[in-house]
Design a binder for this molecule. Structure first.
Ligand code: ADP
Length: 493
């Protein structure tokens, strides 16, 4: 089974969120599960700089147009300067005028969406279809797996370019429904898409062209990254205006939980830590905590309950719920560390709140992979109070590193964390703290429960051990995707 995996981010070369982690880990897991996977990504400068050419370029069927370059994916290793090639082939869509520029993959340095995003990502979908129908004479996928709105036109182009042949099947995975790729109606003609598709049952979304909706309408199968989120997005509360479209395709919609790459996220071997630990020997965790407290100017109190968040600072992530409860949290002897970047207003509100507690609270603005590992390893509790969360990765990292997740009961957070109710503690299933109403008061309740459990050290240790033993690796999700591909290709599962 040959699969073309179409996405825009690839850890460690280019990452704005979990999409990059998945892009690095899932193709390799699929390969291990017996699929032949190649990736297609835009040749963004950061990606092109990190891979090496491997074979001749593939011209695409457009006069003087772009070409795809065959390269090898670097294995996701953290050690700087040691990019090891894993042998997984990548096609880079080489269109310098569209992709080689300063700034982010979707936005310029000032945070404004690139004005030509419609053309930039339409080309990605179009190139996927071109490869599917034989642009590379040496390799033709059986199926295209497109990720998020950036690749949302791929399923449509597969239908449009079929030219009387049976259309190649496609899977479309929604990593975050809130980012939809909306463009003026005029883009439809500019991109050469048939105007007849600009309807409510097609590409139209409140008078705009929606790449996300294209993926939802034209993919043969839709997946999202947790079973709970798959249900939630069919409701008006969480459907971002696309719940109707999703309900109409509900028989083709399912949720497959993301996994974690435990080669990168393992407290017993993590090269970014000053000490190591596992479920049996936890003294290393105390040393990591002390080193982090020193690094960030926190009081070096081993018994301080350390709450941490590593996150984009956007409304979605819910950290604006924290400031009202910070005084109580510190009063109870807790400490807080936040690493993130994002909205100016949220950054400012957090800075104002945390600065009032010198020695007990620290904020680091920015993106820092190494610090992220050290924070998760040092923390007692990982905060993930997201308003909505398709899957979430940091709660899974927290489980592995014995930092109990404290989460809002939505999406993948609800699917992966079991609250420390007395029943759950008793039956050994408890792994964290879960609150249900999206409010500072509900967050406060969960924080209090964390302090209460910490005072019962035998229970705390049992919950922590259970959390650390849980495994959310990529093997199971890869088998679930493979079964989906097999069904689409009518191969017996
Ligand atoms: P999302 O994709 O919505 O941002 P996820 O939890 O799925 O959220 O994935 C976020 C990924 O990005 C995780 O691997 C997390 O560790 C990482 N991350 C987020 N913010 C930062 C940061 N400021 N520094 C380092 N890593 C970060």
């Amino acid at each position: 089974m040959k699969i073309l995996y179409v996405c825009t981010e690839l850890y460690p070369l280019l990452k704005t969120g979990g999409l990059a982690d998945v892009g690095a880990a899932l193709p390799a897991a699929l390969q291990a599960a017996g699929c032949h996977v190649r990736l297609l990504l835009p040749a963004f400068a950061a990606i092109a700089a990190g891979v090496r050419a491997d074979g001749p370029a593939v011209p695409l069927p457009a006069a003087g147009g772009p070409q795809v370059l065959r390269t090898l994916q670097p294995a996701p290793r953290l050690i700087p300067g040691h990019v090891i090639e894993s042998g997984q082939p990548v096609y880079l869509l080489d269109a310098p005028a569209l992709y080689q520029r300063e700034g982010g993959p979707y936005q310029d340095a000032a945070g404004q969406d690139w004005s030509d995003n419609a053309a930039r990502f339409a080309l990605l979908g179009w190139a996927a279809a071109a490869l599917a129908y034989g642009a590379d004479p040496h390799w033709q996928p059986d199926l295209v797996h497109a990720h998020d709105w950036h690749a949302g036109l791929a399923p449509l182009y597969l239908k449009l370019q079929a030219n009387g042949r049976p259309a190649k099947p496609s899977v479309f995975t929604v990593h975050n429904l809130a980012f939809q790729g909306l463009f003026p109606a005029s883009s439809c003609a500019e991109l050469g898409l048939p105007q007849s598709l600009f309807t409510i049952d097609g590409l139209e979304y409140h008078g705009l062209l929606s790449f996300m909706k294209a993926g939802l309408q034209f993919a043969d199968t839709i997946t999202t990254v947790s079973p709970r989120y798959a249900q939630e997005i069919t409701t008006s509360e969480q459907g971002c205006g696309l719940d109707g479209a999703l309900r109409s395709r509900s028989e083709h919609l399912s949720g497959i939980l993301n996994g974690v790459d435990y080669e990168l996220w393992n407290p017993a071997t993590d090269p970014l830590l000053n000490a190591h630990f596992d479920g049996k020997r936890m003294t290393g965790k105390a040393r990591v905590k002390r080193a982090l407290q020193r690094l960030l100017g926190l009081e070096e109190r081993p018994d301080a309950l350390l709450f941490a968040a590593v996150t984009r600072l956007t409304e979605q992530k819910g950290l604006h719920l924290l400031p009202p409860i910070l005084p109580e949290l510190v009063e109870r002897g807790g400490q807080v560390v936040i690493l993130g970047s994002g909205d100016d207003a949220i950054e400012t509100a957090l800075r104002d709140a945390l600065e009032r507690h010198p020695g007990q609270a620290a904020l680091r603005i920015g993106y820092d992979e190494a610090l992220a590992h050290r924070i998760i390893a040092a923390a007692d509790v990982v905060l993930v109070p997201s308003r909505f969360e398709p899957c979430g990765l940091t709660q899974l990292y927290g489980l592995r590193y014995g930092a109990l997740p404290l989460v809002h009961a939505v999406g993948g957070l609800a699917d992966t964390v079991t609250d420390c109710s007395l029943e759950a503690i008793d039956d050994g299933s408890a792994s964290g703290f879960v609150f249900h109403e999206f409010s500072s008061d509900a967050l406060r309740g969960a924080v209090r429960r964390a302090f209460a459990l910490r005072r019962r050290s035998a229970d705390w240790n049992a919950v922590q051990r259970h959390a650390m033993h849980q495994r959310f690796d990529w093997q199971e999700p890869a088998h679930a995707y493979r079964a989906l591909y097999q069904r689409l290709l009518s191969i017996p599962v």
